[in-house]
Ligand binder design. Structure first.
Ligand SMILES: [Zn+2]
Length: 345
């Protein structure tokens, strides 16, 4: 097992371990606030006093680092390690906003009772995300943006385009085509834990995006109690998990248009900024040759300083946009892939 970080601070719930006293103190304060807030939001919780490990590199076993895209994980009752560790949460040492959101997400896994595990894994993840964003709204738009990008790729509804403009006119418009990555929502809602956890890559994220939209739709219509009722009814029928069809019915997600509405309603400027950061480098790399052709004789730096390139979501008066020239990841992609860039001195 990985050794615990060396500073430990107690809290009314569990002990916090970190590499520095100020971080351990901050997290102990967060923990004392978040546990009661989360339990007040949700029906069907259990007592949990998890230890929290804040790690620079997320690690459960020495020499076996957790995938870099994962911000945290929880060892809870019902998982194989629990019998010798008790409840424990690992969270990556990152900005305080992200750290608190990850902590809140993992705490939801710890405090929900067994009935909640009738939610299929993609939906349990959606529940954790939905609750985490309510108690930690600061980093919410970013996290929601990442999930909606995934949901858009899953359902084929991602009305994103890169627009090149000159004097207010669009000179080129490149629309993103998400259709090759489409998955069946019912499959996403039936997938096991291995298929949605952070290490299962883009397909795992797509399933989580679907689960997040389903949770959002059910909760906006009937609160967390409505989701809880589905879990209780399912258990009363002797099922291990709620069927995908029941979840889609409750979420009123029947047609492609329902998905479109559900996704668009959850994408605002903050979410689009997160999407721009997620896909910016790829967009920069792929579009650099074309941009260089349109601006013959320009350096990549001049292109980034003088051109007007927007990432646009949606159409017409409802469209929202982010200037790609302000997005670090896009700049990096352009600088890397600009033809002849490696010859510049
Ligand atoms: Zn989770």
């Amino acid at each position: 097992m990985a050794p615990a970080p060396n500073v430990v601070v107690g809290s009314p719930y569990g002990d916090v371990f970190a590499d520095s006293a100020p971080i351990a103190d901050d997290v102990a304060v967060d923990l004392a606030r978040l546990v009661p807030e989360i339990r007040a939001l949700l029906p069907g919780t259990r007592d949990s006093a998890p230890d929290v490990w804040i790690q620079r590199e997320l690690l459960l076993f020495v020499g076996w680092p957790v995938h870099e895209s994962v911000g945290g994980f929880a060892v809870t009752r019902g998982t194989w390690l629990h019998w010798w560790t008790g409840d424990r949460i690992h969270v990556q040492e990152t900005s305080p906003q992200r750290r608190r959101l990850f902590l809140a997400h993992e705490l939801v896994h710890c405090v929900i009772d067994d009935t909640w595990h009738a939610l299929p894994p993609a939906v349990e993840e959606g529940l954790c995300d939905e609750v985490a964003m309510r108690v930690e709204p600061e980093h919410g738009p970013h996290h929601r943006g990442v999930l909606m990008l995934a949901a858009g790729l899953a359902t084929g509804h991602l009305p994103i385009a890169v627009e090149y403009r000159r004097s207010g006119h669009v000179t080129r418009r490149l629309a993103l085509d998400p259709t090759p990555g489409v998955i069946d929502p019912a499959e996403a809602l039936s997938a096991g834990y291995e298929a949605v956890k952070g290490t299962s890559g883009l397909d795992g994220m797509k399933r989580r995006g679907v689960g997040f939209v389903v949770v959002g739709r059910i909760v906006e219509a009937g609160g967390f109690a409505a989701l809880r009722r589905l879990a209780e009814d399912s258990r009363a029928r002797g099922e291990r998990r709620i069927a995908a069809s029941g979840l889609l019915d409750s979420a009123r997600l029947f047609t492609e248009n329902d998905w479109r509405e559900a996704i668009d309603a959850r994408v605002g400027p903050g979410e689009l900024e997160a999407m721009a950061a997620e896909i910016g480098e790829e967009v920069g790399r792929r579009t650099a040759p074309m941009a260089a052709y349109d601006h013959r004789g320009w350096s990549a730096e001049r292109f980034l300083a003088e051109s007007d390139v927007m990432l646009v979501y949606g159409f017409g008066a409802d469209a929202i946009e982010v200037p790609l020239g302000d997005v670090d990841e896009y700049r990096r992609g352009i600088l890397e892939a600009w033809p002849g860039a490696e010859n510049d001195i």
